[in-house]
Design a protein. Structure first.
Length: 130
């Protein structure tokens, strides 16, 4: 596995993208509206990303912002074998949010691990294969 991105919940993704683009000397690599969110990916020099998540409708990110406020939402790790990564997590007794991969942003398949099993961190596995 390798670092893929950190997901940041934001009330205004465009403003935060402008700040991080200047601050990190990053470029906007991808933008889309997906699953009730406006999603903006900023690419870092090492190939990792900052993913900015702004609610576009009622849903998970709006609920998160209402409950927790803006900030780091999740950490994502890329894997070449998403089903095997989930099976390993399951074998280790990790509680899964997603029992099977599901569609994620930017056309990737994803699955989340529950933070109660991962030290309070919401972990996303991102399938690296298309």
């Amino acid at each position: 596995m390798r670092f893929d991105h950190v997901g940041v919940a934001a009330r205004d993704a465009a403003d935060l993208a402008a700040l991080f683009a200047d601050l990190l000397e990053a470029r906007i690599a991808h933008e889309e509206t997906f699953d009730g969110m406006r999603v903006v990916f900023l690419e870092l020099d090492d190939g990792g990303f900052f993913e900015l998540l702004e609610p576009a409708a009622e849903g998970t990110i709006r609920e998160y912002l209402d409950r927790e406020g803006p900030g780091i939402h999740h950490v994502a790790l890329a894997t070449d074998d998403l089903p095997a990564a989930l099976e390993r997590a399951r074998d280790l007794g990790v509680d899964l949010v997603d029992d099977t991969p599901r569609p994620g942003a930017w056309g990737h398949e994803v699955a989340f691990l529950h933070p109660r099993s991962t030290g309070g961190v919401l972990v996303e596995f991102v399938g690296s294969g298309e």
